[in-house]
Design a protein around this ligand. Structure first.
Ligand code: ZN
Length: 62
């Protein structure tokens, strides 16, 4: 599963690849807060799993 969120500082997209099948599995594996660093500005922050969006492999249109 791929998850993404926005950097709290510069709003760039942060992507993370995980072998967890969903956010629940991710939280179970890594804890509720995942440490991510932004590729754009280098800010490191712990993001709560609720702040992360799972990127589904199927196409979802909004
Ligand atoms: Zn950033």
């Amino acid at each position: 599963m791929k998850i993404c969120t926005k950097c709290a500082k510069c709003r760039s997209e942060i992507n993370l690849k995980t072998n967890a099948s969903d956010r629940f599995g991710l939280a179970k594996k890594n804890g509720e807060r995942i440490n991510l660093s932004c590729n754009s500005c280098g800010t490191k922050k712990k993001y709560h799993v609720d702040e992360l969006k799972a990127e589904e492999s199927k196409v979802v249109s909004f």
